[in-house]
Design a protein around this ligand. Structure first.
Ligand code: PMP
Length: 312
């Protein structure tokens, strides 16, 4: 049960977290003694994993007095955090302003505005880094007007996963887990879960899926030397980095849909990384996450697979 007084006041926030863990059978034929399980994060009320850190960041900021009545909540986002800020910030009685690249899927944009938040777009060619720079410029121009949540530097972000996501995995996953696979948007998920595992299950290998610059994967940051590294990412916790093949990641999203798991693009990327783990260790027991649902990507072409319509 939620114990945080802010979360306790709002029934919707009690729906955040405690998501189901499901086993995928995608690799059953090729790796019969491996097991692959995933937390289905679309079960959160905002439809993605980002409800967890956003609820925690805003609750902590209110409790500390950093988020004051009348202030507008401001942050940059690839979209899912924007939805969570819009939904939860609105619930807490604040205006919300989100800065995001202008190629964010229409579904994300519409959901953010449905909750009454404002969006400022940055040029998608300049990536998430430009949204991060623009949000800083806006905050510096009017620091009193805004509460800048700064999810890339906010310690409450990874703490939400250390306390929530990791505890749930430890309760729900098979005890013989060997690997945890995730990626980096802000680095909150992988840092929080890996930090907890480092304390209680240091034998578990931490695997990070990283996308190429182009065409990229919505929600995941490319990590090369030319990119901003999120302040909360603790890269020393990561044992293996896997470069994602975007086309193959997309095929995995389609295969998961055929299994009844209608998940987004980063879930396919994580399963791509899972496959590389199994190729090295056919007996691996892998835990990963499906960060959001497939219907957040209808307008992006992710599902433009050859239609199998019955002929008349
Ligand atoms: N997948 C999706 C679809 C996301 O929106 C995000 C967050 N941007 C992530 C993965 C990565 O999560 P984190 O910010 O915790 O690194």
């Amino acid at each position: 049960m939620a114990v945080d007084p802010v979360i306790d006041r709002h029934p919707t926030l009690q729906l955040v977290g405690r998501t189901p863990l499901v086993e995928t059978r995608l690799f059953r034929d090729r790796y019969p003694s491996a097991r692959v399980v995933a937390k289905v994060e679309a079960f959160n009320p905002g439809g993605s994993i980002k409800d967890r850190p956003v609820a925690r960041m805003l609750a902590d900021a209110q409790a500390r007095g950093d988020l004051r009545p009348g202030q507008t909540i401001l942050d940059s986002s690839s979209g899912n955090a924007g939805i969570a800020y819009a939904m939860i910030g609105g619930l807490l009685g604040h205006d919300v302003e989100i800065v995001m690249p202008d190629n964010a899927s229409r579904e994300r944009v519409q959901r953010i505005t449905a909750h009454g938040a404002r969006i400022r777009f940055t040029d998608a060619i300049l990536g998430y880094d430009e949204a991060m720079r623009e949000v800083q410029r806006r905050h510096e121009a009017a620091p009193e007007q805004y509460y800048f949540a700064d999810q890339y530097s906010n310690e409450s972000n990874w703490q939400a996963h250390y306390d929530g996501t990791a505890s749930e995995i430890l309760e729900q996953a098979p005890p013989d887990i060997t690997h945890f696979v995730a990626g980096v948007g802000t680095g909150g998920t992988i840092t929080g879960v890996a930090r907890r595992f480092d304390e209680v299950r240091p034998d578990v290998q931490i695997v990070c899926a990283t996308p190429p610059e182009f065409p990229g994967i919505e929600g995941l940051k490319p990590m090369g030397p030319d990119h901003l590294v999120p302040a909360i990412l603790d890269a020393s916790l990561i044992d293996t980095w896997v470069d994602i093949d975007v086309d193959k990641a997309r095929e995995f999203s389609v295969q998961l849909a055929a299994e009844g798991l209608f998940v987004g693009q980063s879930a396919g990327a994580y399963i791509f990384a899972v496959e590389t783990v199994l190729a090295d260790d056919p007996h691996a027991v892998v835990v990963t996450l499906f960060p959001d649902a497939g219907d957040r990507y209808f307008s992006t072409g992710l599902w433009d697979v050859a239609p199998k319509l019955a002929s008349p």
